[in-house]
Design a protein around this ligand. Structure first.
Ligand SMILES: *Cc1c(COP(=O)(O)O)cnc(C)c1O
Ligand SMILES: [Zn+2]
Length: 479
């Protein structure tokens, strides 16, 4: 065991978001055994951390940035805030977390008229933020396997693409007794996303329909069979994803005043994690002010926006039927974590935090993603959604003049290259409602056909091609 592995251990419990009952964490629960509600994990001894004072924790997490203890290099840099029940040998680290925050390019900032930055969660090992949660879920699962001596564990998840990529990668790394099955909506994940669980050797099963259909199937399986569910119903995943907010606060010197965190909402696990993490830091005084948190949804999958855009006294939650969305990883009509969001937002607002949800068009998502990437960023379509959300919030007057925005690009742009392609070809099927803006389109240009090359005299290709490049790129000859 490493000398710097934390000594703090705590008692943890699942708390039901529906009936409020509590359950021990010695079993893997997805829903409340009493009422079926979704759960969150709670550290019963959390307030003991106050005794040491906020500065102690800030200093500890800052010092830990240099650790050579693998278990503490990733999301568990913030071990004491997350899962102080895990042992070092249980923790799986594959390079997740510690993703860069990149200030918007000067040109882009000028165009937009506001200061902001991207946090590139596509820089995680399977190229999305889901790795943060999987490190949490797999570490807990490993601890269960160790303590119970299980000989076989079958994990399963429904996915819009990235959960299955992450689940399969961590499962493959941990190996026996873990076996991974992923369930995908046929044709509704990108080719890059599909290649990931296949490459990791998971069993990839598909059904016709959308994510919400797959979610119901795995929920049925979790109820009737012995499987470990790795969707964000699994509250250990939500816990791992809290690390994003801890890292963001740490990067800005634990000062969240005047800052807004923007992120897409799909199944609402990620936004649950953000709110929960901010509340914890605030409760300990690690941050003195809560940030502004803004969730973003496409008009084609917007149940959370619909709820929060209704005046408080008339709010009612209704799932929606999704329409095709370029923010495909967030194309979810009945977010599993909605009860968690509702519960945490109340606490967040009571603690003085500001929470908004904005709705954006498919067109705005695509235009924003391409604009960001033309300025050196690596936004996926959901990262475009965060950007579009900032523009929308600005337009609606929800942002202060000097408010600094941190946009979550939840995955790597490369996973969603197909949507960029459709934009550049202006070939979006009508149901997306996206038209290419000519000034954002880019195409490769073939300068010489193979026949033209074959027809050139011997030894003339280099010069002919160079002339064609010079002409196409408008190069000036050397004097
Ligand atoms: C899963 C996912 C989302 C949606 O996150 P939720 O936690 O389901 O709200 C957004 N973007 C990407 C790239 C994702 O993989
Ligand atoms: Zn309950």
């Amino acid at each position: 065991m490493s000398h710097d592995f934390p000594v703090r251990r705590a008692r943890m419990e699942y708390v039901c978001m529906n009936c409020g009952r509590r359950h021990p964490v010695d079993a893997l629960l997805y829903t409340c055994p009493d009422c079926g509600g979704v759960l969150l994990l709670e550290d019963l001894d959390f307030d003991e951390m106050k005794e040491k004072g906020a500065q102690y924790w800030r200093d500890l997490f800052d010092a830990r940035r240099a650790t050579r203890t693998s278990a503490l290099r990733g999301v568990f840099r913030f071990y004491e805030l997350m899962a102080p029940v895990l042992e070092e040998e249980d923790i799986v680290y594959l390079g997740e977390g510690d993703t860069p925050i990149i200030e918007a390019s000067a040109e882009l900032e000028k165009k937009v008229g506001r200061r902001f930055a991207y946090k590139n969660d596509g820089m995680n090992p399977s190229a999305s933020f889901k790795d943060r949660g999987m490190a949490g879920a797999y570490s807990y699962l490993k601890s269960l396997v160790r303590r119970n001596g299980w000989k076989e564990v079958l994990t399963i998840c429904a996915s819009t693409g990235d959960t299955s990529a992450a689940a399969a990668m961590y499962g493959a790394y941990v190996g026996a007794p873990i076996r991974t099955v992923v369930l995908l909506p046929h044709g509704k994940v990108t080719p890059a996303q599909l290649s990931q669980p296949l490459g990791s050797g998971a069993q990839v099963l598909e059904v016709p329909g959308v994510f919400d259909d797959c979610m119901k199937v795995v929920e049925y399986l979790a109820e009737h069979y012995r499987v470990a569910l790795l969707n964000s119903k699994n509250s250990w995943r939500v816990l791992g994803q809290e690390s994003y907010a801890y890292e963001a606060a740490q990067w800005y010197g634990w000062d969240m005043a005047g800052k807004a965190l923007f992120m897409p909402i799909g199944n609402a696990g990620n936004i649950t994690s953000m709110i929960s993490a901010c509340l914890k830091m605030h409760r300990l005084g690690i941050i003195e002010e809560l940030p502004h948190i803004v969730g973003v949804q496409s008009e084609h999958a917007d149940p959370v926006w619909r709820y929060y855009s209704t005046p408080k006294e008339r709010r009612e939650y209704h799932p929606v039927t999704v329409q095709p969305s370029v923010a495909q990883a967030a194309m979810i009509g009945n977010p599993v974590s909605f009860p968690r969001v509702r519960n945490l937002v109340d606490r967040f607002e009571a603690a003085g935090g500001r929470f908004d949800v904005v709705q954006v068009t498919e067109q705005a998502i695509m235009d924003s993603m391409i604009l960001a990437n033309r300025h050196g960023h690596i936004a996926c379509t959901q990262g475009g959604e965060s950007f579009a959300g900032m523009l929308k919030a600005d337009e609606l007057g929800l942002l202060g003049r000097e408010e600094f925005c941190i946009l979550d690009s939840t995955a790597h742009a490369l996973k969603f290259a197909g949507f960029q392609n459709m934009y550049f070809e202006d070939s979006f099927p009508a149901e997306y409602g996206v038209k290419a803006r000519p000034e954002l389109v880019n195409h490769p240009k073939l300068l010489l056909t193979a026949e033209e090359r074959a027809a050139l005299p011997e030894g003339e290709f280099t010069r002919a091609a160079a002339l064609a490049v010079a002409e196409a790129a408008g190069l000036d000859a050397r004097a």
